[in-house]
Design a protein around this ligand. Structure first.
Ligand code: ZN
Length: 351
């Protein structure tokens, strides 16, 4: 039985654009339908009360696609750097697709650039999309592309996906392992952090290795944010955050978006869809205990990876909210987890 949305949801991370990338399985029109295999489209967003989301531009290649579709925790995945021209071309195509979705939505979707844009969309019931880069491969070390993409709406940026860039190193998929997997930021990476602070682009710490994390923590003047990561103590993949990292996020008044992908949630990191919703609730509980109720939200990662059957797509957000309510979160807490915390952090970060 479908639950009715009780709260507007702001989701800190989705990979929906992967479905509509030049090598994805869907055309842009499918964003407005209810096509099998799309975990996030406009119909499912409306069903689930999803009001706004950060849309990641993640550049897929053969190695990353194979890993995402058949993750095996007994294999160590070390993913190579992208070829820069390929990354630039794919990024341009995926950003263009987000704008095509907006243009073809008949006013139902807007790419937002400011808090006033976002708040106006929430009031008017227009689905708000924030342009986010998951990995800075399309940015040159002179940062020319950063200024151009900022003008094009870029408001959130991860220095890396789980592979090296000229700016930093991402964590490999290796289980169990700590996130301390290599060197910190390069000089160009430090310049990129300062430039993001200056422009008011949110810096996403998900996928960054631990030395890089501490470099950003020391350099950045914005709240520390991991848009889609879980608690390392409950799932020991390097993609998740140790207690020490969580303490630094709390100290900075940042936040973590809880990731629904099962390999990042289960204690055994297995890629199994028959994972109970309770597994995700446990990460929410852990993060709330460590960070406080004001510093946790959702970062679904809806797109192409395996999520629990009971949380199979964006239409199912109310099921998670119901499970959290049953776990004891009251109305004020649910408002924070579903949307207020993301609003607070974006307000503190964007210029
Ligand atoms: Zn990711």
């Amino acid at each position: 039985m479908a639950q009715r949305p009780r709260y507007p949801i702001i989701d800190g991370h989705n990979d929906a654009l992967m479905n509509f990338s030049p090598i994805g399985k869907h055309s842009i029109e499918d964003f407005f339908g209810r096509k099998a295999g799309c975990q996030l489209d406009l119909v499912r967003a409306r069903e689930g009360g999803l009001a706004a989301g950060l849309f990641a531009v993640f550049v897929p290649d053969d190695e990353s696609t194979a890993m995402i579709h058949s993750f095996d925790p007994s294999v160590e995945y070390v993913l190579p750097a992208l070829e820069p021209t390929y990354a630039a071309r794919m990024t341009m195509a995926m950003v263009a697709n987000l704008y095509r979705i907006e243009a073809e939505s008949g006013g139902q979707v807007k790419v937002v650039r400011s808090m006033s844009d976002l708040e106006a969309c929430l009031r008017a019931g227009i689905f708000a999309a924030v342009l986010h880069f998951e990995g800075a491969e399309a940015i040159d070390t002179d940062l020319d592309a950063l200024d151009v993409y900022y003008q094009a709406g870029l408001r959130s940026l991860g220095l890396v996906w789980s592979r090296p860039t000229p700016f930093a190193e991402g964590v490999p998929f290796k289980f169990p392992h700590s996130p301390d997997t290599g060197p910190g930021l390069t000089e160009a990476g430090k310049r990129l952090v300062r430039a993001c602070n200056r422009l008011g682009i949110m810096i996403d710490l998900s996928h960054l290795n631990e030395k890089g994390f501490w470099d950003v923590a020391h350099l950045s003047d914005a709240p520390l944010v991991a848009t889609h990561s879980n608690a390392w103590e409950l799932c020991k993949l390097p993609r998740n955050l140790t207690d020490k990292q969580l303490d630094a996020i709390k100290e900075s008044d940042g936040m973590v978006g809880v990731n629904f992908v099962v390999m990042l949630a289960r204690a055994d990191a297995q890629d199994k869809a028959d994972t109970p919703l309770e597994t995700i609730v446990r990460h929410v509980n852990y993060l709330v205990e460590r960070l406080g109720i004001d510093r946790v939200g959702f970062g679904s990662d809806f797109g192409v990876a395996t999520v629990p059957n009971d949380l199979a797509d964006a239409g199912q957000f109310p099921r998670l909210v119901a499970a959290l309510s049953a776990a004891g979160y009251d109305d004020a807490a649910l408002r924070k987890l579903t949307h207020e915390n993301w609003l607070r952090v974006l307000r503190q970060t964007w210029k």
